[in-house]
Design a protein around this ligand. Sequence first.
Ligand code: SAH
Ligand code: MG
Length: 221
Amino acid sequence: MNREPLPKLRLELPAGLERLAGSVKGFMPGNEGEALAYWAAKALDTSSSLGIEIGTYCGKSTIYLAYGASISGATLVTVDHHHGSEENGPGWAYHDPQLVDPVTGKLDTLYRFRRTLDISGLQDHVVAVVAPSARAAAILPKQVSLVFIDGGHGREIAWSDYRNFAPKVAPGGYLLIHDVFEDPAQGGRPPWEIFVEAVGPGGFQEVAQEGSLRVLRSGGR
Ligand code: SAH
Ligand code: MG
């Protein structure tokens, strides 16, 4: 594709939060996290603004988004069943045995997330929903200013998240998608596929890119 490179817009976090984000387990490089913070601050620009994150894990990306939200006093709802995705299961590349609850034998990131949130001081700007994303979609507001999709990366769940949450982006609001790789050698297809669908005819407009993070704006639909 021949086009102007998209801008790299990032918001640096205060040193303590940057250090915390760096120490939390997860899958969010610092430069992409700072882009999340920038777009959260831009999209969630009043104290009544609401954003939704799908895929909390241990709260790494949540710190960046919640920091952006905190600037105006806005709120981020972060959704996860906290039992991990397929690629976090035993035998998979992203499995972390330290995160398995010894009683249930299940991967459990909830207590790590709470620890992250407690240390961050961002509690007033975060509401955690512990549920499968489709259940959360059914009870969350129909219109929000920002949606960040970073949940399950399997085909079925990625498309389900896209179909359930992209329509919630209000006109002028933002849809952010993580792990979007054009080259199949770099990552799985589903995030790329939903990105392509999102920017298709009559859809969203791509406004920024940082690593595998794509930032799309809803054009007054
Ligand atoms: N944003 C995180 C990484 C998210 S990993 C970071 O910055 O590190 C993907 C997360 O999606 C996992 O925690 C997994 O539990 C969650 N997930 C996968 N499928 C889900 C579903 N159907 N409903 C809710 N959460 C889901
Ligand atoms: Mg991701």
